[in-house]
Design a protein around this ligand. Structure first.
Ligand code: 5GP
Length: 206
């Protein structure tokens, strides 16, 4: 028997760097499944439909929600974001690891459905650093940036809902820490108990 794939959920406040860490993990683990979310937000410069997000209208997302096509969804900063169900379910059934990079509301919904998922909260080293990262990124309007910063302190309070908290000071180091978590999680007894059954089955009769 093969161990089940890990469902790794990365979340944390906007600007904490979870997108960068997610990309570094994908570079290091080319076989990991990455769920491309749907969103109603407009594409940013350089973003490609089907690669960064599936860009949808509000009506299209509402239809997907009504049809049960999303594993979770949330309204984040005035736009819908959601995780398409079928792709993630297929990969998990094949025993593959899957990463979701989603907001806290979405992570809490996933935790209810997949309590054996691995929930990692990525935090910035300080609120000042968070603010400077969001401004430097330069991808959002002043209004959106203010919304993101205002939410950050409240979002940090959700850290206790997660299995692991990783400070993203230097992205490479934070990525290594996530890899360490994944490695340890593979040996969790609840995931590997089937080995005991196999050992017992193999025992020769006296
Ligand atoms: P951005 O607009 O910066 O790409 O993403 C805004 C927020 O939405 C980020 O916190 C990101 O993690 C979150 N997000 C992206 N995809 C999903 C999703 O499928 N579901 C949920 N709940 N949040 C998502």
């Amino acid at each position: 028997m093969k161990p089940k794939g890990l469902l790794l959920v990365l979340s944390g406040p906007s600007g904490a760097g979870k997108g960068t860490i997610c990309q570094m993990l994908r570079n290091k683990l080319p076989d990991i499944g990455y769920s491309v979310s749907v969103t109603t937000r407009a594409p940013r410069e350089g973003e490609v439909d089907g690669v960064n997000y599936f860009f949808k209208t509000v009506e299209e997302v509402k239809t997907m929600i009504a049809a049960g096509g999303l594993l979770e969804y949330a309204e984040v900063y005035g736009n819908y974001y959601g995780t398409p169900r079928d792709y993630v379910m297929e990969l998990l059934e094949q025993g593959k690891d899957v990463i979701l990079e989603i907001d806290i509301q979405g992570a809490l919904q996933i935790k209810k459905r997949f309590p054996d998922g691995v929930f990692v909260f990525i935090v910035p080293p300080s609120l000042d650093e968070l603010s400077s990262r969001i401004y430097k990124r330069g991808t959002d309007s002043e209004e959106v940036i203010k919304k993101r910063l205002a939410s950050a302190t409240g979002e940090l309070a959700y850290a206790s809902e997660y299995d692991y908290i990783i400070v993203n000071d230097i992205a490479e180091k934070a990525t290594e820490k996530v890899l360490t978590v994944m490695e340890a999680e593979r040996y969790r007894a609840a995931r590997t108990y089937f080995i005991i059954d196999e050992i017992c089955h193999c025992r020769k009769e006296d």
